[in-house]
Design a protein around this ligand. Sequence first.
Ligand SMILES: *Cc1c(COP(=O)(O)O)cnc(C)c1O
Length: 320
Amino acid sequence: MTGSPTYDDVLAAAQRIRGHAHETPVMRSSTLDAELGAQLFLKCENLQRMGAFKFRGAFNALSRLDAARRRAGVVAFSSGNHAQAIALSARLLGIPATILMPHDAPAAKVEATRGYGGRVVVYDRYRQDRELLGRELAEREGLTLIPPYDHADVLSGQGTVAKELFEQVGELDALFVPLGGGGLLSGCALATRALSPQCRLYGVEPAAGNDGQQSFRSGAIVHIDTPRTIADGAQTQHLGQLTFPIIRRDVTDIVTAGDSELVDAMRFLAARMKLLVEPTGCLGLAGARSMKGQIDGLRVGVVLSGGNVDLARFAELVAR
Ligand SMILES: *Cc1c(COP(=O)(O)O)cnc(C)c1O
């Protein structure tokens, strides 16, 4: 693939992952509709294989490797879900996988990655540059590095989330998508502009690290220190070279959500909808709630991006 990905790449990804990824359900809640005066459609990627949408991009990217690269193996760096997605996809495709994970990654994510057969190498996320470590390891061992978001096949795979959602519920007036490095948002942007062109599209990132919002509004990629937030899947320091131009072109705006709004959303989803969603996975719902009053009467999509959270951690958060 050369140049910036297009909706055709999302379509091709959908073909490759068919039969491997789940078609996740869309859930509704009359309580939520009443609260926001809108019709909400929640796309449940917390029920995706390995517990997050990241399986889509990972499986798509690994499916495209030739036989020699598959034999040599792949390496990924990730705060968790991308790691699990690569480990599971690699196992399904018979490819050896090495995963670089931060020392403080949630235990459930580290265990799951090992459980899928991945070799885990630990680093310090506040001191070491994971991209540099990943590149060094790839070079030394002849591995193919699969980055978590800034990769054409990864973001095209993530875009199948929005493609599937529009196929399930038809066009929408607004769509709220969690934002870390922008693989999910940029992929969903390609599908949104093709399938529901009038839909307002919002990225939602943690308030503690609004580099995406700053980048979107200033027109240049802003780098920040690793933000401290409970949204561990969105602790990215900057948008990508591939993801940013698509976001800048196709997204309506980027809004933020604080940790307490994420906890409120987690509690609501569990108590009222029986859905276990990790803090990062709640960004979209928290973002939609923050725009109460501006989405009256609209058909609103929300991506619940993942559900991987230690149960003890979940209990501690929602009990606060
Ligand atoms: C990775 C991740 C995100 C952010 O995705 P990007 O493609 O980095 O923007 C959001 N939610 C969950 C659950 C994730 O694992």
